[in-house]
Design a protein around this ligand. Structure first.
Ligand SMILES: [Fe+2]
Length: 183
């Protein structure tokens, strides 16, 4: 049942592509160019609307199961869970700033870039840490009955951007991801 870990890993690969688009847009903001704030907003809507409300909760279920099997990893697991909370909070705050700019609010470019970069780097490091520590631990330490219990608590939710059916709201983002994939 390590398919759940495969799905979580794929979510990370996908999220990294979205973060790359967000990073490029922040680069344009920083350079004083005519930045595509609407695209940045789409990227953050995807992260806060899918990763934060589906991906992190699934990980929390897996990690709680791992905590039961490997109490020695409790501190590490609790730190990751706490990071999920702060990432969700920071993501919402950054999305609000981007949406405010879209609506014409005067937000200093440097403040937006700093907030965005801090968010992107925190999320990126967080995913790397999960990939290098908790995912391999879960894959090796959880047995079939653990995965069965985990899967019972997971609700399946289609990914609106990388899933089988593309949500029209993300079409522009999807096209750009395809384009940069070939870079
Ligand atoms: Fe994750």
């Amino acid at each position: 049942m390590a398919a759940i870990i495969d799905d979580l890993h794929q979510d990370h690969v996908n999220a990294a592509q979205v973060l790359k688009i967000a990073e490029r847009t922040l680069g344009s903001v920083e350079a004083g160019e005519d930045a595509d704030f609407s695209l940045l907003e789409d990227a953050m809507r995807y992260i806060t609307g899918y990763s934060d409300t589906h991906h992190h909760p699934v990980e929390d279920i897996v990690f709680r199961q791992l905590r039961k099997r490997s109490p020695q990893m409790a501190a590490e697991i609790d730190a990751i869970a706490a990071e999920h909370d702060s990432i969700i909070m920071k993501g919402k705050r950054f999305l609000d700033s981007v949406a405010a700019v879209e609506e014409g609010a005067l937000v200093p470019r440097s403040a937006l870039v700093n907030r965005g970069r801090e968010y992107l780097s925190t999320l990126s490091k967080h995913m790397d840490l999960e990939e290098s520590t908790l995912f391999p631990a879960a894959a090796t330490m959880l047995d079939e009955s653990d995965w069965e219990s985990v899967s019972k608590r997971i609700d399946c939710r289609p990914d609106p951007l990388f899933g089988t059916s593309l949500d029209e709201d993300y079409r522009r983002l999807w096209k750009l991801i395809q384009l940069h994939d070939r870079d």
